[in-house]
Design a protein around this ligand. Structure first.
Ligand code: UDP
Ligand code: MG
Length: 328
C-alpha cells in the first residue's frame, strides 16, 4: 500500500484531564490538518467531566472518536483499547497531556513514509520533571536493558508510531502485564528514532504516583525477563558453596580447641539466610501472581460506550501469524 494518502490514527488515553481536553484536540487536529486523520481518545474512567466534554467535542468533530472505558483500567490498558479501536493504516500513540507535542507527529510520519515501520520519539530535554524522576527513569532504562533481550532506547516513552503490520503484531500479544514500549521493540520490523523536546504538562497533575511507578517497573522487567528468578539460584549456589567450605574449617577449629560459641554470628547468619529465602520466595511469587492473572483470561479493559473496534481487529485468543494473515 502506498504510504501517501494513508489514514492516520492518533491514539491518546485520558484520565481526569478536563483542563486540557480542548487544547489537546485542537492542537493535534491542527498539527495534522494536511493528513486524513482520526483522533481516538480513550476516557480511562474519568470522573471530572472529561468524558462529557469529549462527547460534546466529538458531536461537532467527525475526526474525533471517543472510547469510554467502564472504569479506570490504567494507562497501558487504556492505550491498548485505543490501539484496538484505531482504523488507520498507521497509528501514533501519545500522552494527552501535551508533554508529547502533537507538532512532532508529522516528523514521525515523514520517517514512516521513508520506510520505517516503528518510529519512536526520544526525549531530548524534559521540561518540568523533578530530578528524582529523571534519575529513577535513567536507572530504570539501564536496569531494563541489562536484564532483558529487548533493546529499549533510553528516554523513549510510549510516544511512538506503528505501521499497521507492526500494530497487528503488537495486538496479537494478549498478555496482561503490558509494557507497550517494550512490546513495540519486540515485534521488530524496521525501527528508527526521532529526537524531540519534551514539554511540561499543559495543565493538571501527573497521575503516576511513586508506588505506581514502582509497580510499572516491576511489571516491565518481569514481562520481558526471567533474570530475577535466576537470582535465587545464583545466590543459593554461592551460599551453599560457602557452607560446604566452612564445614572442614569448623571441624578443624573444634579439634584444635579453638572453637568459640559464636552466638552473634549465628544470629546474623540465620537472619541473612531467612531474608534471602523470603526475597527469593517473593520473586517467585511475583511471577506466580502474573501466571495467575494470565490464566484468568479476563479482558484487558471493558468499554462502557463509544466507537466500535476496528473491523480488522485480530480476535482474542489464538491469533494467526503474520505469514498466515499475509496469505489470506
Ligand atoms: N492516564 C490514563 N489512565 C491512568 C493514568 C494516566 O489514561 O490511569 C493518562 C493521562 O491522562 C495522560 C497520560 O495517561 O494523558 C500520561 O499520564 P501522566 O501525564 O499522568 O503521566 P506522566 O507523564 O507523569 O508519566
Ligand atoms: Mg504526563
Amino acid at each position: 500500500m502506498s504510504r501517501d494518502g494513508a489514514m492516520v490514527s492518533v491514539v491518546a488515553p485520558m484520565l481526569d484531564e478536563l483542563a486540557l481536553v480542548d487544547e489537546f484536540v485542537a492542537r493535534t487536529l491542527t498539527a495534522l490538518a494536511a493528513e486524513r486523520v482520526e483522533l481516538v481518545i480513550v476516557d480511562d474512567g474519568s470522573s471530572d467531566g472529561t468524558a462529557e466534554r469529549l462527547d460534546a467535542l466529538a458531536a461537532a468533530e467527525p475526526r474525533l472518536r471517543v472510547v469510554h472505558l467502564s472504569r479506570n483500567f490504567g494507562h497501558q490498558a487504556a492505550l491498548t483499547a485505543g490501539l484496538e479501536h484505531a482504523r488507520g493504516d498507521v497509528v501514533v500513540m501519545m500522552d494527552a497531556d501535551l508533554q508529547d507535542p502533537p507538532e512532532v507527529v508529522p516528523t514521525l510520519l515523514e520517517r514512516w513514509r521513508a520506510g520505517a515501520d516503528v518510529v519512536y520519539a526520544v526525549r531530548e530535554a524534559r521540561a518540568g520533571e523533578s530530578r528524582f524522576k529523571l534519575a529513577t527513569a535513567s536507572w530504570f532504562y539501564r536496569l531494563f536493558n541489562t536484564l532483558t533481550e529487548v533493546r529499549l532506547e533510553p528516554d523513549s516513552g510510549d510516544f511512538r508510531l506503528l505501521d499497521r503490520r507492526a500494530l497487528d503484531a503488537l495486538l496479537s500479544m494478549r498478555e496482561r502485564s503490558r509494557f507497550l514500549r517494550g512490546m513495540t521493540v519486540w515485534v521488530g520490523f524496521t525501527q528508527t528514532g526521532v529526537h524531540y523536546q519534551r514539554d511540561a504538562r499543559f495543565a493538571g497533575e501527573t497521575k503516576f504516583t511513586l508506588t505506581r511507578m514502582v509497580r510499572f517497573s516491576i511489571d516491565a522487567i518481569s514481562s520481558f525477563s526471567r533474570a530475577p528468578l535466576m537470582l535465587a539460584t545464583y545466590v543459593g549456589s554461592l551460599l551453599a558453596a560457602i557452607a560446604l567450605l566452612a564445614i572442614p574449617v569448623v571441624l578443624v577449629l573444634r579439634l584444635l580447641g579453638h572453637y568459640q560459641s559464636g552466638f552473634a554470628t549465628l544470629t546474623l547468619v540465620v537472619l541473612l539466610l531467612g531474608g534471602i529465602q523470603l526475597l527469593a520466595i517473593g520473586i517467585v511469587g511475583e511471577y506466580l501472581g502474573r501466571i495467575y492473572d494470565e490464566v484468568k483470561q479476563r479482558p484487558l479493559y471493558l468499554v462502557r460506550d463509544g466507537a466500535p473496534p476496528a473491523a480488522d481487529q485480530p480476535p482474542p485468543g489464538p491469533v494467526k501469524t503474520l505469514d498466515e494473515r499475509v496469505g489470506q
